[in-house]
Design a protein around this ligand. Structure first.
Ligand code: NAD
Ligand code: IPM
Ligand code: MN
Length: 351
């Protein structure tokens, strides 16, 4: 029997994770689900944002489903030494699981163009996969310090780090439209020069059927919203991928519909890309679609159950059409939306 560890975390994390768990229980009733602590709440209870008990529980898990971590800007958590902050718990979790490739799909499903603030003809049919490197770059390099009036971080990548995530992007493109856009800042940064060289060399050596091009991150930040249909797979490093994926959330209409899958050495980690949304936490109005779609990615990539994953995707699309949440200009609260998904799961697929 597969085992899933859920890590609801802080803010709206528990609200959206509860919705995703309801959906999982419906489509995969045989799966064991075990809840554990992470983030600011875990620090409060265990003096550690990624407690040993959570670490241990993950050892025999088939996949992990994360909610969100973190507090508001004025939260006391932000005054803790950095390694005790909620976000450090999440970074330690990603490292523990060896999840170096973060898949962030950006899709506008048929009939849902009206949820985008972009013109319908620009949003229609968008289907991008952002592959974000998740364990390297400026996030993790230990050459970092803040001291008086000087602070620094270091963006460093090695060829093996670039190649392993690029392989995931090429593999994904092979299942899709065969195009990869590698995004960097090679006109300024040495680290991007290496990234570009290694991605191109890997393509020329092992993935000759893939159409690869290279674009600068500043230009992509404009083009991805002005003309999103020009992209199939976007491959980029950790920090650029973080920023571009929140920006790309504008295309489907909200961060609340953006799921992700983090894959790598062992069990996968599945999480919405949004944060703990302190401005709406505790009100029961968060959009759980990103969390539910992340559970769908868990079924697809973690448990290899594509039929169940497709079933979830379809039910979320129906619920988004009929009961959009507030972030999408609708009225549905978390419960209403989740009920709509569960109801749609119960209706047979047409066509
Ligand atoms: P955020 O993503 O939490 O919120 C940005 C805006 O989007 C807010 O207005 C919020 O209400 C809205 N929003 C986000 N998710 C939503 C949803 N599901 N439904 C409806 N509206 C939604 O970003 P932030 O405010 O910059 O960060 C808040 C905290 O979250 C910080 O502590 C940050 O470090 C943390 N964070 C955690 C994760 C994670 O756990 N993976 C990701 C991003 C940010
Ligand atoms: C995300 C978040 C995290 C990141 C933070 C909370 C560490 O913004 O998952 O996108 O930057 O990776
Ligand atoms: Mn982010």
């Amino acid at each position: 029997m597969p085992k899933i560890v859920t890590l609801p975390g802080d803010g709206i994390g528990p609200e959206v994770t509860a919705a995703a768990v309801e959906v999982l229980r419906e489509v995969a009733p045989d799966v064991t689900i075990e809840e554990h602590a992470i983030g600011g709440g875990a620090y409060e209870d265990h003096a550690d944002p990624f407690p040993q008990r959570t670490r241990d529980a993950l050892k025999d898990a088939d996949a992990a489903l994360l909610g969100t971590v973190g507090g508001a800007h004025d939260s006391a958590w932000n005054k803790l030494p950095r390694h005790l902050r909620p976000e450090s718990g999440l970074l330690a979790l990603r490292r523990e699981l060896g999840c170096y490739a973060n898949l962030r799909p950006v899709r506008v499903l048929p009939g849902l163009e009206h949820l985008s603030p972009l013109k319908a003809e620009i949003a229609r049919g968008v289907d991008i996969l952002i592959v974000r490197e998740l364990l390297g770059g400026i996030y993790f390099d230990q050459d970092r310090r803040i001291n008086g009036d000087t602070a620094y971080n270091t963006m460093r990548y090695t060829t093996p780090e670039v190649e392993r995530v690029a392989k995931v992007a090429f593999w994904a493109a092979e299942q899709r439209r065969g195009r990869v856009t590698s995004v960097d800042k090679a006109n300024v940064l040495e680290v991007s020069e290496l990234w570009r060289r290694d991605v191109q060399a890997l393509r020329d050596r092992d993935y000759r059927s893939i159409h690869l091009n290279h674009e600068y991150v500043d230009s992509v930040a404009m083009l991805v919203v002005a003309n999103p249909s020009r992209y199939d797979v976007i491959l980029t490093e950790n920090l650029f991928g973080d920023i571009l994926s929140d920006l790309a959330a504008v295309i489907p209409g909200s961060l609340g519909v953006m799921p992700s899958a983090s894959l790598g050495d062992g069990a996968g980690l599945f999480e919405p890309i949004h944060g703990s949304a302190p401005d709406i936490a505790g009100q029961g109005v968060a959009n759980p679609a990103a969390a539910i779609l992340s559970a769908g990615m868990l079924l697809r990539h973690g448990l290899k159950r594509p039929d169940a994953a497709n079933h979830v995707d379809r039910a979320v699309a129906i619920a988004l059409r009929e009961h959009p949440t507030r972030d999408l200009g609708g009225k549905a609260d978390t419960r209403t939306f989740t009920h709509a998904v569960l109801e749609a799961l119960g209706t047979p697929a047409v066509g």
